[in-house]
Ligand binder design. Structure first.
Ligand code: FAD
Length: 432
C-alpha cells in the first residue's frame, strides 16, 4: 500500500518516498516533520525572501520566530538531540528521543526548498556541534540556553587569509595571561559565514607550537578587540560572510573546548557532518532546478515543438535525474550507517566517504545547474521570473565545491582514508 504523493509530481522534483513509494528509512515522524517544515517555510519564509535579498539581510525578529517554531534545537544538534533539551520546542512536536539522522536530512531538504531562512542557520549548524560534542557540561549549560532560545548566535571560525585547506597552519594565537585566567587572542579569520550577526565565535586558535598538536578550539564572545566586516560573496548577502579580526581579545580560560591541543581533531570530526549537510542542500537545490526546468520544457515551444519533445532536451533530464537519485541513495546509505555506528566508529569509518559524497554533490550540482540553465535559455540568466531559482542555483554551485573542503583536497582525502581503512583491515586479518 502506498500513501498519496506529496508536493510536485514532476519527475525528480521530490524524493521518491514523497511520491508514496516505499522506503526503509522514513516513518510517520519524518512525514510529519516534512509537512510541518514545508508549511512553516511557505508561511514565514518564501513570501519574504526576495525582499530580504533586496535589503541584504533577514530581520533579527525572524530568527526569534525560528526559535519559537522549534527549528534551532534540531539544527544545533544534527543527528541526535540530547534528552536535557526536551523543554525547548522542536518543530512538528518531535521528541528528542525520536530524532534521528533522517529527520536532519528531511529538515534541511525542506529548509532549502523553503527560501532564504536556511542561510541564517549555517553558523549554528557548524559552530554549535563542537560545544555539544567536546565541551564540558558547565560550558554547555552556560551557552546553550542563549543559543537555543535564539537570543544569541554562534558561528565557526577556522579559515584564515593564509590557511584554508591547510588547517594545520593557522596562525591566530591564544596566549595565556601570566595569572593563567585568560587567553589573549590575536589574528584574523576569513569567510566566516554568519559572522556579521554572531555573538559567539567557535574559533580554532594556536595555543601551542607549530602543526596540528598546537591547535585548540576556543569559544570567543563578541567583545572588545573583536571586529567584523562583511565580505561580499557570489551567493549574496543573506549568509553574512565575514572577515573577523582579533586584537588582544581577552577570553576566560574556561571557554576552552575540551583540552588544549585537541582543536585540529575536533575541527576534522566537525567536518563530517558539515559535508553530509552539504549533500542534503545540494540534492534539494538540484530538485528545485529540475522542477523549474521541467515546467518550462513542458510549455515552451521552439521549432514548432515543445522543448520536452526534443530528444536532446530529454537526454539532459535523464542524465540529471539519474545523478540526483544516485546522490540521494548514497546520502541515505551514509545517514543510515551513521545512525547505526557509534560516534567514534562513524568518524573513523566515514570521514573519507563523507568527503567523497560532498565532492559528488558538488559535481551533480554543476551538471544539473548547467543543463537546467540551458533548458531555460535566456530565462536561466535572469534574476527575476521563471528562471530566477535556476539562475540563483547556478551561481551557488561554487558554494558546494569550495567551503567545507575544496573538491581537489577532498578527492585526495577520500582515497587516503580508504587506503588507511584497507591497511587497518589487512593488519587485523593477518592477526587471525
Ligand atoms: C562562501 C564561503 C563560506 C565559508 N564559510 C566558512 C566558515 O563559516 N568558517 C570557516 O572557518 N571557513 C569558511 N569558509 C572557508 C572555506 O572552508 C575555505 O575557503 C576552503 O576550505 C578552501 O580554503 P582556501 O580558500 O584557503 O583555499 P586554499 O586552501 O588556498 O586552496 C585553493 C585551491 O588550491 C587547491 N589545493 C589546495 N590544497 C590542495 C591539496 N592538498 N591537494 C589538491 N589541491 C589543493 C584546491 O583546488 C583549492 O581549491 C568559507 C568559504 C566561502 C567561500
Amino acid at each position: 500500500m502506498t500513501s498519496p504523493s506529496y508536493g510536485s509530481t514532476l519527475p525528480w522534483a521530490e524524493p521518491s518516498w514523497y511520491t508514496g513509494r516505499p522506503s526503509p528509512y522514513y516513518k510517520e515522524s519524518h512525514r510529519r516533520l516534512r509537512d510541518a517544515v514545508r508549511k512553516w517555510c511557505d508561511e514565514h519564509i518564501a513570501p519574504y525572501t526576495d525582499e530580504w535579498v533586496e535589503a541584504g539581510a533577514v530581520p533579527p525578529s525572524v530568527y526569534h520566530e525560528c526559535a519559537k517554531a522549534g527549528l534551532l534545537v534540531p539544527i544545533a544538534s544534527g543527528k541526535a538531540i540530547p534528552k536535557e533539551w526536551s523543554h525547548y520546542p522542536i518543530i512538528a512536536g518531535i521528541k528528542p528521543e525520536e530524532w534521528d539522522g533522517f529527520h536532519d536530512f528531511v529538515l534541511w531538504d525542506e529548509l532549502i526548498r523553503g527560501g532564504g531562512a536556511a542561510s541564517l542557520f549555517i553558523g549554528l549548524t557548524v559552530g554549535a556541534p563542537p560545544l555539544l560534542k567536546f565541551a564540558n557540561k558547565k560550558l554547555q549549560n552556560k551557552f546553550f540556553p542563549e543559543i537555543l532560545s535564539g537570543e544569541k548566535r554562534i558561528c565557526l571560525a577556522v579559515t584564515e587569509p593564509a590557511a584554508g585547506s591547510d588547517v594545520r597552519n593557522i596562525t591566530t594565537t591564544a596566549e595565556r595571561t601570566s595569572d593563567g585566567k585568560h587567553y589573549i587572542v590575536n589574528g584574523e579569520k576569513k569567510w566566516i559565514t554568519n559572522g556579521m550577526f554572531s555573538d559567539y565565535f567557535m574559533t580554532a586558535v594556536r595555543t601551542g607550537g607549530p602543526g596540528a598538536e598546537g591547535i585548540s578550539m576556543l569559544l570567543i564572545p563578541r567583545s572588545e578587540g573583536l571586529r567584523t566586516r562583511p565580505l561580499p560573496v557570489i551567493t549574496g548577502p543573506l549568509s553574512a560572510t565575514t572577515y573577523v579580526t582579533f586584537e588582544d581579545v581577552k577570553v576566560p580560560v574556561e571557554y576552552l573546548i575540551g583540552q588544549e591541543g585537541h582543536g585540529f581533531r575536533q575541527t576534522m570530526v566537525n567536518f563530517n557532518h558539515e559535508r553530509l549537510w552539504v549533500a542534503f542542500q545540494a540534492i534539494r537545490g538540484c530538485r528545485i532546478a529540475l522542477h523549474d526546468a521541467f515546467q518550462w520544457a513542458l510549455k515552451r515551444e521552439a521549432f514548432d515543438k515543445k522543448l520536452i519533445e526534443q530528444p536532446v532536451v530529454r537526454n539532459k533530464f535523464a542524465n540529471a535525474g539519474r545523478q540526483v537519485e544516485a546522490l540521494q541513495a548514497w546520502t541515505e546509505q551514509i545517514v543510515y550507517e551513521l545512525e547505526h555506528l557509534s560516534d567514534a566508529d562513524g568518524a573513523r569509518l566515514l570521514g573519507g566517504t563523507t568527503a567523497l559524497l560532498k565532492v559528488e554533490a558538488g559535481m551533480v550540482c554543476k551538471y544539473v545547474a548547467e543543463e537546467c540553465l540551458k533548458i531555460m535559455g535566456g530565462l536561466g540568466l535572469t534574476k527575476t521570473g521563471q528562471g530566477a531559482r535556476i539562475e540563483a542555483f547556478y551561481r551557488s554551485v561554487p558554494s558546494f565545491t569550495v567551503p567545507g573542503g575544496s573538491e581537489d583536497v577532498l578527492l585526495d582525502l577520500g582515497v587516503r582514508e580508504a587506503l588507511k581503512l584497507h591497511r587497518q583491515a589487512e593488519k587485523a586479518q593477518s592477526k587471525l
